[in-house]
Design a protein around this ligand. Structure first.
Ligand code: VGL
Ligand code: ZN
Length: 267
């Protein structure tokens, strides 16, 4: 099965997404082709970046009102883990370096109770990566992963982000999955992060981590919907790539005008 952009299983399509007015930039916005962050596919990621009239890529300077969101850099998403993302551990060192340059950093942690509804093992006769219909749409069934209190749910031991201000746990409600750091998969139940960012005056969010095509993607979409300026640092992400999910993610991000930039372009 292939999933159209905006209609991945586990997340219903929103009908109330309003276009957010982006500030007019003096730079020309061009859609560029970048090397993919996922070495399995070899396909390029279509990204939007900022270029000067002369054609030089403008680095994006980190400001005090920016936050780096580090998504789910946990053992179970790394090689050897229960839901290993290919090359997932390769994001650790780049994220450590990036995080030290941000004034504000938030970490997310996928944090499921045993027997979570998103686990294939909770659905007799179902196997991981099959889908089931749930209240909020189609849900991909995953191998048991990131179970609360287990080693698999811990951050990768190499992750060194001492300046992180908040660790946000998500996916702890037994019957609903939560890919996004802002809303659970019904796209209505808030995690509280949008309010936190708003109250703290953090208006631009850079996103890195695992997995590009699930938790990074939905965090980026929801942050954009909240009116935040969103930047995905694509070479500090890796993808699961289930049934075209990585291509669908590229398409959605490009359609929404969410910038994907490389680490090198973060000044
Ligand atoms: C994730 C699938 C299930 C992710 C979490 O972090 O992208 N994917 N739970
Ligand atoms: Zn999960």
């Amino acid at each position: 099965m292939r999933f159209a952009a905006g209609s991945l299983p586990g997340v219903p399509r929103r009908r109330d997404v309003l276009p957010v007015r982006r500030p007019l930039r003096r730079l020309t916005q061009l859609t560029m082709l970048f090397a993919t962050a996922d070495e399995r596919s070899g396909a390029p990621i279509a990204c939007t970046t900022s270029r000067t009239a002369a054609g030089a890529t403008m680095p994006t300077a980190i400001a005090d009102s920016d936050v780096l969101l580090v998504v789910d850099v946990q053992n179970d998403f790394c090689p050897g883990g229960k839901l290993a993302v290919p090359h997932g551990d390769e994001v650790v060192a780049p994220i450590n370096r990036l995080a030290g340059r941000f004034r504000h950093v938030v970490l997310t942690q996928d944090w499921h109770p045993p027997g979570h509804r998103s686990f294939a093992s909770s659905h007799p006769g179902k196997r991981p990566f099959e889908t089931v219909a749930v209240d909020y749409g189609q849900q991909i069934l995953w191998p048991d992963h990131c179970v609360q209190g287990t080693t698999g749910a811990e951050f990768h031991e190499g992750l060194q982000v001492p300046n992180a201000e908040l660790v946000l746990r998500k996916g702890f409600r037994p019957t609903i999955d939560s890919y996004s750091a802002l809303y659970e998969n019904d796209r209505e139940t808030p995690t509280g992060l949008a309010g936190y960012l708003r109250e703290r005056g953090l208006r631009r969010i850079f996103i890195a981590g695992l997995a590009f095509d699930f938790c990074v993607r939905y965090s980026a979409e929801d942050a954009h919907r909240e009116g935040l300026d969103v930047v995905v640092i694509d070479d500090a992400c890796r993808s699961i790539d289930v049934d075209g999910s990585m291509a669908a993610t590229r398409q959605v991000l490009a359609t929404l005008g969410i910038r994907c930039i490389s680490r090198a372009a973060v000044a």
